[in-house]
Each structure stands twice: as C-alpha cells, then as structure tokens.
Design a protein around this ligand. Sequence first.
Ligand code: PEP
Length: 249
Amino acid sequence: MATVRPLIAGNWKMNGLSHQIAEAEAVAKGLAETPSSARVAICPPATLIDRISRELADSGVEVGGQDCHAEACGAFTGDVCAEMLADAGATLVILGHSERRAGYGETDAVVASKVEAALRAGLEPIVCVGETLEQRKAGQAVQVVQAQVRGSLPQSLKRRAFSVAYEPVWAIGTGLTPTLEDIEEVHVAVRAVLVEAFGEQGATVPILYGGSVKPSNAGEILHVKDVGGALVGGASLKASDFLGIIRAL
Ligand code: PEP
C-alpha cells in the first residue's frame, strides 16, 4: 500500500479574534524550527481565513474553512460559499462536522453536495463522520459510519485529494476517547468502504481521527492502524498544545 503523508488539522470552530492570529503564527514558527513529516492545517473561522493565509504564506501550514454552502452564489444570507473560502486563501474545507449535522440538519446528501461545491472551487474536502453514543452502545458504530461514508462521498472525488475524519460524536469536546481497538475497528471499516468506492485511490486516502485528541494521547492514537492524522478541536487553539500533537507523530 502506498504511504500517505498524515494530515493534522486544527478546527478552531467559532473561536478566534484578531489577537489569536498569533497562535497560528506560533504554530508556523514551531514547525520552521522543528519540521514535521505531517501536513499541518489550521481551519479558523471564516473571518480570519484571509489574514491567517497571508500570515502563513510560504510557511507550509495550510488554511481551511469549516463549512461551505453548496451553491456558488445567491440569496443565502449569512452563508459562505466554497469559492469565497478559496478566494480568501483556504485550500481545504471541513464538511459534515457532527456539529453541522446535528445543529443544522445536514444529511449525507447535503454533505455530498457540499463536497461537490468544494471540488468545484478547488478545495480539498475533509469529510467528517461519526456515531452518537446511543449508536455505539447499540453496537451500530461501524454500520453507521460506513453508511455515512457511502452517502457523503460522491464519485466526483475520484482522482481528487480528500480525507475522511472519523469523529465519534460523544468524543468531541468531552475528554472521552474510544479505546485504540475501537478506533482501529472503525478506521479499518472506513478503509474498506473507501477501497470499495474508489479502488486503489481508496487505499491512500488519509483517515483522520478526531475527538479529544491532546498531546498526551496523540502518540498512541496516531500510530493506530489506518489512522492517517488527526482533526483537533479544543487543543488546536493553543499553539503549544497543537505542536505537542504534531510532534507526537
Ligand atoms: C472537532 O471539533 O473536530 C474536535 C475533534 O473537537 P475536540 O478535539 O475538541 O474534541
């Protein structure tokens, strides 16, 4: 199987004012001093993408959006389209985060249409999937996640760069994480669907783990079979913590 460069992406969620641009700069500075074998990305709120992209230009740290509308323009007050993210300097976009699925009713079909939008704008999608605690307790985690992967990834992703982030809903922002065996079970199951849907390409798509990753648990999680990086929420807000995770690779 071809080796894939791991991706470690920080999801700042709805956090980030001008003064926090310094945290992004500190990440770039840390990586300049001690380079990483991983690709590193920061996904700040849309309001900071332009400024952070300018600050991080030539640093190797990529900048991403956290969501986009499926349409390219129009009467969608308050929304941001993929072309706007790309225009502001983003190269990636997180799609289908569980906070979007739960809070805004985003179905797999909606996520798939946003993936099409991201590709249209030249953005690399990071597509999130993950089971709820009830689904895990009912023994449905693998089945739920595989169905989300099948429904959220359109065939237009063939030969395009993208990644999948497995984020158990109950592990996001809670300090709880699945066992390493449970992470491996789901990642291997996601890999199987990727290979089924995309053939050889599916074997090299990074499958990130997300959910309460921090410097102290990153090393063991990042070395689980088929874990190709991490999507990091809370711990990406402080450069020292985010760098600690990147260095655990
Ligand atoms: C996330 O929001 O994608 C996430 C993984 O959050 P946290 O790391 O805070 O659990």
